[in-house]
Ligand binder design. Structure first.
Ligand code: CTP
Length: 399
């Protein structure tokens, strides 16, 4: 999502500027092209050399040097977004009243791109009437304000005014500036994670699924503008975007109920959960005590959610199933494609080192009923998620 984006970072004088170093690094790592403009005061907090090295671009501070004039108009037109982080009280006031006594302000006043600010101040300054009024003024100009955090402040006080963390700034900018319209109006249901089938109040049958792949797919669909419903079994993953409708469940039966409730209104269904195929016939109400040498639990089949969706699928719905195979991989995946009436199956192989459960990387092959086969490299689950979304976008109107 940030690949190739042109991001201009403005740094004003605040101790929180140390966090901007990481922000620049993360943006560059995500493939963005980053340029930095600083106020003179901010040089007291972070070194331009560090920022120039990380951004791979000369840091701009002065409106003009002896033989050169910094083209602030060109900078504001070059950027896809101008992020001012940290935003000090002083720079905020200048933005509200249009003062132009440094390069950062000249760039701000001539910027044609969206401007996002991450304020950083002490709690009393943050709550001052002048600050709040200035924030309202810059909001009225169309600037976006990233909420401050609550916690320990440079003064030693604890309260509101902390600059948002770099990851939060990136999430805010991705969601508010770079989310595309490609899938606007499309509703997507995604199942993720394992399911836990209880045996008694303390034990369950589960599996090694982490939910990482499903969460990455949900985020990738959301970034393309879709309305996303994510039904997940127990997981440590958290949705990055507040706009994703997150429906946590425990058992296969819970997951099925949640899907039944939503599926009929969806355009796309991605069934990536590792749903238990069997569940205990009875759940003991008390903890089962150790007695016999051998112990068995009677199991019964769960409802196959993907197969049910395949049965109910209307012509305007596109569904994708997953297959994790250890032998006869393609043949087994093709069998699932037809048996469950999916439009495509994403085949994961446990044979590839670094792919599958718990890993941050994956390698997949997508097959469809036309016999087409799209194979990915071993890449991050985020990249795999983007490839799956691109595949769905390309094939959505085919079937
Ligand atoms: N699936 C589901 N509900 C179930 C079981 C599976 O929705 N109760 C979905 C999975 O989310 C996945 C696909 O079905 O998209 C494949 O699951 P898998 O367990 O591999 O398929 P099975 O039909 O159980 O085949 P087998 O266990 O024989 O490989």
């Amino acid at each position: 999502m940030l690949q190739g984006k042109k991001i201009l970072i403005g740094i004003s004088g605040s101790i929180a500027a140390y966090k901007t170093i990481l922000l620049v690094r993360l943006l560059v790592k995500a493939g963005a092209e980053v340029k930095v403009v600083m106020t003179t005061a901010s040089k007291e907090f972070v070194s331009p050399l560090v920022l120039a090295t990380l951004s791979k671009n000369k840091v701009l501070i002065d409106l003009a040097s002896e033989d050169e004039w910094a083209n602030h108009v060109q900078l504001g037109r070059w950027a896809d977004v101008f992020i001012i982080a940290p935003l000090s009280c002083n720079t905020l006031a200048k933005m509200a009243y249009g003062l132009c006594d440094n390069l950062l302000m000249a760039v701000y006043l001539s910027a044609t791109c969206k401007v996002v600010v991450a304020p950083a101040m002490d709690e009393d300054m943050w709550h001052h009437g002048a600050t709040q009024r200035n924030l309202d003024i810059i909001k009225s100009y169309g600037n976006l304000i990233i909420p401050v955090g609550n916690g320990e402040l440079a003064s030693g006080l604890v309260g509101e005014g902390r600059m948002a963390e770099p990851e939060e700034i990136i999430r805010f900018v991705t969601e508010n500036i770079f989310r595309t319209n490609t899938l606007t109006g499309k509703k997507v249901l995604i199942t993720a994670g394992p399911t836990y089938e209880p045996i008694d109040p303390v034990r369950f049958i589960g599996n090694h699924s982490s939910g990482k792949m499903g969460f990455a797919i949900a985020e990738a669909f959301y970034e393309q503008g879709a309305e996303v419903y994510l039904v997940s079994g127990p997981t440590n993953e958290r949705t990055k975007y507040a706009g994703i409708e997150y429906i946590p469940v425990n058992t296969a039966a819970d997951m099925y109920s949640a899907c039944v409730e939503h599926f009929s209104t969806m355009h796309i269904g991605i069934f990536s959960a590792a749903v238990a195929d069997y569940t205990p016939v009875e759940v003991a109400s008390e903890k089962i005590k150790k007695k016999e040498d051998h112990f068995s639990v009677a199991l019964q089949k769960t409802t196959d959610i993907l197969a049910e969706a395949g049965k109910q699928k209307k012509p305007n719905q596109f569904i994708v199933g997953f297959a994790l195979e250890t032998e006869n991989e393609l043949a087994n995946a093709a069998d699932k494609l037809y048996r469950k009436n999916a439009d495509a199956i994403v085949l994961n192989s446990l044979r590839v080192a670094g792919a599958g459960f718990r890993n941050n990387t994956n390698q997949i092959t997508i097959i469809n009923k036309k016999g087409e086969k799209v194979e990915s490299e071993l890449v991050s689950k985020k990249d795999i998620a983007n490839q799956i979304v691109s595949y769905v976008i390309a094939h959505l109107y085919e079937s």
